[in-house]
Write a protein that binds this ligand. Structure first.
Ligand code: FE
Length: 285
């Protein structure tokens, strides 16, 4: 007889906090804020969601990154991306951009619209020390390139990693073998996903409500909350509330390395941060 699945217990459920970044872009900071600064290797998760142009039109003009990856996933609206190494493109609704900043890039991320809903997420994923000074690269896929599994009206979009039936996301070859799912569940539908041993997992619910399997009791999560899970256990499980739910499920191998963080630079030591600032100000990105 096989052992029953050991579900991971919920560690914490936290609320995000309203924040502003770039040129006055109003956003909701889920991770990377006082309640939870990081969940190794995740450094930040922002949700931007507004149909008021004044909340987003300033965008994110030229700014640098070094030492980690920025992952942008759009649900509605369009974002034009342009860097100092000749890479330019528009991220369309349903599209993902996994950007390895590595040793350094300078880029802008600007809304490509003057009205209408802009809704999406940006995730920062730390790089292992050995890859912090790697060549920058992009992994970009449009809506049609992201597999959607449908079952009883529920949908799972597989951006990175794989689900139970072997369907895998187009983003591959990333340090830590991340899992990135966007899951839409009908009312009271159940969902279960294996999490690789040694990976951290978190779930951000951006619509509806759900009950998370946990011991000694299930825990309710509401719209705008992030749940983090203990590292012990093989899978996470939840049941959607009576109006259904939508959430991102993210997991990745932990680094367990020192983190030195200064704005858009995330290195292992303070001296590497000082070097990043010097390199950026002397135009070496
Ligand atoms: Fe950026």
């Amino acid at each position: 007889m096989q052992n029953p699945t050991a579900y991971r217990n919920v560690d914490r459920i936290i609320d995000g906090t309203p924040a502003s970044d770039g040129r006055g872009v109003k956003l909701y900071r889920v991770l990377g804020q006082p309640s939870l600064m990081e969940l190794d290797p995740f450094l930040l998760l922002d949700e931007f969601r507004s149909d008021k142009a004044s909340d987003y039109i300033g965008g994110f003009p030229d700014h640098p990154h070094r030492g980690f990856q920025t992952v942008t996933y759009m649900l509605a609206g369009r974002m034009r991306h342009k860097d100092n190494q000749g890479h330019e493109g528009v991220l369309e609704p349903g599209g993902i951009q996994w950007m390895n900043a590595g040793r350094g890039i300078v880029h802008s991320e600007m809304p490509e619209q003057e009205a209408g809903l802009l809704h999406g997420f940006q995730l920062w994923v730390n790089l292992p020390a050995a890859e912090k000074m790697s060549q920058p690269f992009y992994s970009e896929f449009g809506r049609d390139e992201i597999p959607v599994e449908e079952k009883n009206g529920s949908e799972i979009r597989v951006i990175a990693g794989a689900i139970e039936n072997g369907v895998a996301g187009p983003v591959t070859g990333i340090a830590g073998n991340p899992l990135y799912l966007d899951v839409h569940l009908q009312a009271e539908a159940a969902f279960e996903q294996d999490i690789t041993s040694g990976h951290n997992a978190m779930l951000y619910l951006y619509e509806g409500s759900a009950d998370l399997e946990s011991s000694p009791e299930t825990l309710q999560i509401a719209k705008g909350q992030l749940a983090t899970f203990h590292r012990e256990g093989d899978a996470v499980r939840l049941t959607a509330g009576n109006s259904g739910c939508r959430f991102l499920l993210l997991a990745c191998a932990v680094l367990e390395e020192p983190v030195a963080r200064y704005g858009p630079f995330v290195m292992n030591t303070e001296s590497e941060i000082r070097q990043a600032i010097r390199d950026y100000s002397s135009g070496k990105f």
